[in-house]
Design a protein around this ligand. Structure first.
Ligand code: FES
Length: 161
């Protein structure tokens, strides 16, 4: 447990946890699971197994329960992701507006295949990003990009250094 956080991260985790738990009844700590996992991921970039044990201890539940929740939501990383997680929506609206071609273009430009996690890029297909009216769209880490075309993609890729 001691290697999980740096001293600064530990202080931020403790302060964040305390603030989050202040919104929940003392006998319902488990209800804070999603924001607490989000807190861990904001500090570490992912949710390592030791963090699941820590979260379980703090929320008075089991590591298995934490793992169930963390692995259910694709926005939680239970393996260390590349520096840029690129989620390309390939649901209906985006698909009708060229998402598959955009994904293939990204695969070529980044030299990777969708679903492959690398040190720099983790390119993934994802379900609807709730931006159907401005399809096609994708997300890089937590930044949303919409109304994409090849020129916009090229410009975006230039920023991923
Ligand atoms: S289908 Fe792509 S954002 Fe909804």
């Amino acid at each position: 447990m001691s290697d999980l956080f740096t001293a600064d991260e530990r202080a931020r985790f403790d302060a964040g946890l305390s603030e989050l738990l202040s919104h929940y009844p003392a006998d319902r700590k488990r209800a804070a699971m999603l924001p607490v996992l989000r807190l861990v991921q904001s500090l570490k970039g992912w949710i390592p197994p030791e963090a699941m044990k820590l979260v379980a201890e703090k929320l008075e539940t089991t590591p298995e329960r934490v793992q169930e929740v963390a692995t259910f939501y694709v926005m939680f990383h239970t393996q260390k992701p590349g520096k840029y997680v690129i989620d390309v929506c390939t649901n209906l609206s985006c698909s009708l507006r060229g998402a598959e071609g955009m994904l293939a273009y990204l695969e070529r430009r980044l030299g990777t295949k969708a679903g492959t996690n690398g040190d720099k890029y983790f390119l993934r297909e994802t379900e609807c990003l709730a931006s159907c009216g401005t399809a096609p769209c994708l997300q890089v880490n937590e930044d949303h990009h919409e109304n994409l075309d090849k020129a916009k993609l090229d410009k975006l890729l230039e920023t991923l250094t």
